[in-house]
Design a protein around this ligand. Structure first.
Ligand SMILES: *[C@@H]1O[C@H](CO)[C@@H](O)[C@H](O)[C@H]1NC(C)=O
Ligand SMILES: *[C@@H]1O[C@H](CO)[C@@H](O)[C@H](O)[C@H]1NC(C)=O
Ligand SMILES: *[C@@H]1O[C@H](CO)[C@@H](O)[C@H](O)[C@H]1NC(C)=O
Ligand SMILES: *[C@@H]1O[C@H](CO)[C@@H](O)[C@H](O)[C@H]1NC(C)=O
Ligand SMILES: *[C@@H]1O[C@H](CO)[C@@H](O)[C@H](O)[C@H]1NC(C)=O
Length: 357
């Protein structure tokens, strides 16, 4: 349920195919880890390579590299995340955050996170081999219009990034890709830790393990909600690929709390993409938290006449996130057993949970 409304739309910038094509050379432009641009650049104009939004065409013929598909998915996701921060940098300034009660360093940190995300764009472009297209930016619309709604959504996006990386790591085949993705997940964790400490003034730790979820593309698919329909370059591959296009759900407005032990009422939020529950099949809400999952049977027989209600397992520690899907097998052990979702329930800080979920 997104209570934060009002949309702010910007196209990132330049459309010039020849400048995009220069990016096919990994040595073109500032190099992540060697240039301070990806930490220290300050300004409202998008930093490289966020200032060049066209897709980069393949420069060699042949079959795609082993992990190209995973990196293409990650690059498309990164355009969403980079643009989220870039729009905030353009919309706000230091005073806006101070007046909203946040530390006077907040705007500076947001610019630095934006710069890190630009570095991710460049890293992911370089990880895709020359035989595959490197996806460009679409147009994005995010549900924030003030510093608090922005920071709340940023907290959810960072921790969701950590979780989908735990899945992408499992989809990648090359150890080098897996190592690079682990390093990116760690970067998102640093962003999250900063927000918990400085913004939300809470315990920065999320328990012994953040949440592991193997079906990363299902989480990436949820970010399609931020992409302006039909705004992606035609050269971009389907995002995410492969795409299941599962019916999304969120806690309905009657849900009082999303803490462990509370009941959530499921709202299947897309009228054009509703689930089809078969008679005689037992469905489960499978909840993932930390390294494990717990399934709770759900009664779908009278849906949609009667709401589906389910208790969030009370065993779970109220830290980090709980991720929930609807599955037709206990434990959602296969991709195809997932029939709806996922929804990400933010547990920390608890007061943001229902606001951003
Ligand atoms: C993008 O930024 C880079 C580095 O800051 C700059 O060299 C380049 O000219 C810019 N390109 C465009 C198209 O704005
Ligand atoms: C931020 O923007 C507001 C409104 O446009 C302006 O009054 C204020 O001086 C700006 N603050 C800074 C630090 O630029
Ligand atoms: C920022 O806030 C800190 C304390 O919260 C204060 O010591 C410092 O002077 C402030 N800096 C500016 C530039 O206002
Ligand atoms: C269900 O979601 C839709 C779409 O976001 C929203 O318009 C509607 O108010 C929600 N219904 C409830 C009962 O929460
Ligand atoms: C959920 O947990 C069960 C039992 O440990 C496991 O068999 C299953 O693979 C897990 N599901 C996923 C999607 O990891």
């Amino acid at each position: 349920m997104i209570l934060l409304s009002a949309l702010f739309i910007t196209a990132v910038s330049s459309h010039d195919k020849s400048s995009a094509q220069k990016l096919a050379d990994p040595n073109y432009g500032p190099i992540p880890g060697q240039s301070s641009l990806y930490s220290s650049y300050r300004g409202k104009a998008p930093p490289f390579p966020g200032n060049i939004t066209d897709p980069i065409a393949p420069t060699a013929k042949g079959s795609p590299g082993t992990d190209d598909l995973v990196w293409q998915n990650l690059l498309s996701a990164e355009w969403v995340i980079f643009s989220f921060y870039q729009q905030a940098v353009e919309m706000f300034n230091e005073t806006a955050f101070v007046e909203a009660g946040y530390p006077n360093t907040t705007y500076d940190r947001i610019q630095e996170i934006r710069d890190n995300e630009a570095g991710h764009l460049r890293i992911f472009q370089n990880e895709i081999t020359p035989t595959s297209v490197k996806p460009g930016a679409c147009k994005y619309a995010f549900p924030f219009d003030n510093p608090t709604s922005f920071l709340a959504l940023a907290t959810l996006i960072e921790i969701s990034s950590m979780t989908f990386l735990t899945g992408l790591v499992q989809m990648a085949k090359l150890p080098a890709s897996q190592g690079a993705m682990t390093a990116i997940a760690a970067t998102e964790t640093r962003h999250e830790t900063w927000a918990l400490l400085d913004i939300w003034k809470t315990n920065p730790f999320g328990g012994p393990s953040d949440t592991v979820f193997p079906y990363a593309n299902q989480i990436l698919d949820v970010t399609n909600a931020f992409i302006v329909p039909k705004s992606c370059p035609s050269e971009n591959p389907v995002y995410p690929s492969p795409r299941q296009n599962l019916p999304p759900f969120a806690p309905a407005s009657s849900t009082k709390s999303i803490s462990p032990g509370s009941n959530i009422v499921l709202n299947f939020t897309d009228p054009t993409n509703q689930p089809s529950f078969h008679k005689g099949v037992q469905y489960y809400a499978t909840f993932f938290h930390g390294p494990s999952n717990i399934s709770v049977p759900v009664d779908t027989t009278h849906w949609p006449r009667e709401d589906i209600k389910v208790e969030i397992p009370s065993q779970f520690e109220a830290r980090g996130i709980i991720l929930a899907v609807i599955a037709d097998i206990v434990g959602a052990p296969t991709l195809a057993s997932v029939k709806a979702g996922p929804v990400i329930l933010l547990e920390q800080p608890a007061e943001l949970g229902l606001l951003v979920t």
